[in-house]
Design a protein around this ligand. Sequence first.
Ligand code: ATP
Ligand code: MG
Length: 307
Amino acid sequence: MSIPVVTTIELQSLPKLTSGKVRDLYEIDDKTLLFVTTDRISAYDVIMANGVPQKGAILTQLTAHWFKVLKERIPDVKTHFISLTAPPSVSDQDKALIRGRSMHVRRLKVFPIEAIVRGYITGSAWNEYQRTGTVHGISVPAGLQQCSPFPKPLYTPSTKAELGDHDENITPEKAAEIVGHKYAARIEELALKVYTTAAEYAREHGIIIADTKFEFGLDEETDDIVLIDEVLTPDSSRFWPASEYEAGRDQDSFDKQFLRNWLTKEGLKAKDGVEMPQEIAEATSARYKEAFKLLTGKTLEEALAEL
Ligand code: ATP
Ligand code: MG
């Protein structure tokens, strides 16, 4: 039996708060949320008409795995994770709809920036560097090759755009104006620490995390900065197979490269409502699953069987 691809979910037992490009947030109570990841996929900031098989489960289970690894390696890190088990207020019928793709999380005030950390120079950072010798306005050494590592990972925040808008690269100073100077340095330090720890773990498992995006929330009772959202997935990061890595050229990655290449070839980049051919959706799913297996040591099916 093939597993259905789910791009829209309407739960009956919980009120929906918001819908992002990929996730739907439901209210459990005033302190917690049910974070539901669909199989939707976005590329160049637009959502495809059809989904990627099992993507919601892959992202959810991988994020949960990372929260566990991060807790082991950085004992004082705070995350929004509560449980992979849906709370009792979710009906059995709804539980069947969200199996493997839901996470019960703490509901926090979201800092309105994307905390991007880059270990390697690629994508928009490489483009900017070639033009101006800077990355997000930060000076970096001359003579870097495409996809080579920075001397040390760089914190390169961006704005967090509303649905339909594009995120904008900003300097760390501008980010500090947005989140407040009180929190800016702590967010930067935490983002760099989590990236460095995760990159080391991934390297032990055959994957280079070239760059990644974190989101943070504020626990207003304790004034703690908390790691929220999905973390260290092929949606929020560039993953490169370590065995094939070579500086000086573009890398074959575990992320949406198949889809982006196809959109570019067909002239469909950033067009709304595009339907991917089945083979692109399936190739993308297979790549995501390969990254999952390398990082967790389990197949997705094995992880789901443990729930
Ligand atoms: P993209 O990440 O692709 O830019 P998006 O930001 O529109 O898309 P999704 O990832 O689909 O959003 O949905 C997740 C939303 O939930 C984000 O707006 C994120 O800031 C928010 N969020 C994540 N964790 C929490 C949390 N613990 N409390 C409150 N909001 C959260
Ligand atoms: Mg998101």
